[in-house]
Design a protein around this ligand. Structure first.
Ligand code: PLP
Length: 227
């Protein structure tokens, strides 16, 4: 077996084990392979092992790989910060975007989404750590942004995404993801029908799954360390 296929299997085993510990079905947790910095061949290798969902952070890098992999029916997710001059390319090329954190970005994506494609599937990025350096809407401002996005025809709000403050402390990881889960419950109590918690990375996917993650974004544990 190749390194990527071995690592992929290890990650899937971690997801299954974490789901089991919380009495959840691993079928309810999707694995998003984060391929930033890795070449198209690495993505192809993971695809051959059955991986279908891939995520990229930088538009130009992503478009180059998409061209090389246009023979594969990959579902592409954009998980990087969204610059307003990149919204057109993102809206045309990706199925999902995870980083919406302000209304004008949502509007630009909505207006650029081609009519022949399904609505852009979207998550709000929430700043759960409160760190000033982090992107994301605050927990307090998230409901207003969610209401705004609900008015846009070409974007379908599916859920919430967060990048927590890095810590190896399991309880602190859980506390942060619990804020995200509570916010989703609060929004759904207000009438939203969110079904996606984009939470958990290589280091903390167990904590995220314990707090309800439905989509884990895993890079280095599949492809190796980025330099
Ligand atoms: C890079 C990245 C990941 C993957 O991180 P790993 O620690 O390599 O698993 C997940 N989410 C976002 C938003 C990222 O930028």
């Amino acid at each position: 077996m190749t390194t990527i296929s071995t690592r992929l299997q290890v990650v899937k085993n971690r997801i299954t084990a974490a789901a089991g510990s919380s009495n959840r079905s691993s079928d309810d947790i999707q694995l998003l392979a984060v391929s930033k910095t890795w070449p198209a061949e690495a993505i192809r290798e993971a695809y051959q092992q059955g991986q279908r969902l891939f995520a990229e952070n930088y538009v130009q890098e992503a478009l180059a790989k998409m061209r090389q992999l246009s023979d594969l029916p990959i579902e592409w997710h954009f998980i990087g910060p969204i610059q307003s001059n990149k919204t057109q390319q993102i809206a045309r090329q990706f199925s999902w975007v995870h980083g919406i954190d302000r209304p004008n970005i949502a509007l630009r994506l909505n207006d650029a989404r081609p009519q022949n494609l399904p609505p852009l599937q979207a998550c709000l990025q929430v700043n759960i750590s409160g760190e000033a350096s982090k992107h994301g809407v605050s927990v307090d401002d998230a409901p207003a942004l969610a209401k705004y996005i609900a008015t846009l025809q070409n974007i379908r709000l599916r859920g919430l995404m967060a990048i927590p403050k890095l810590t190896s402390d399991y309880q602190l990881q859980r506390q942060q993801y619990k804020m995200l889960r509570d916010l989703m419950l609060q929004l759904n109590a207000q009438g939203f029908e969110l079904d996606t918690l984009s939470a958990g990375m290589s280091q903390d996917l167990e904590a995220a799954i314990a707090e309800g993650a439905t989509l884990v974004r895993v890079g280095s544990s599949i492809f190796g360390n980025r330099y």
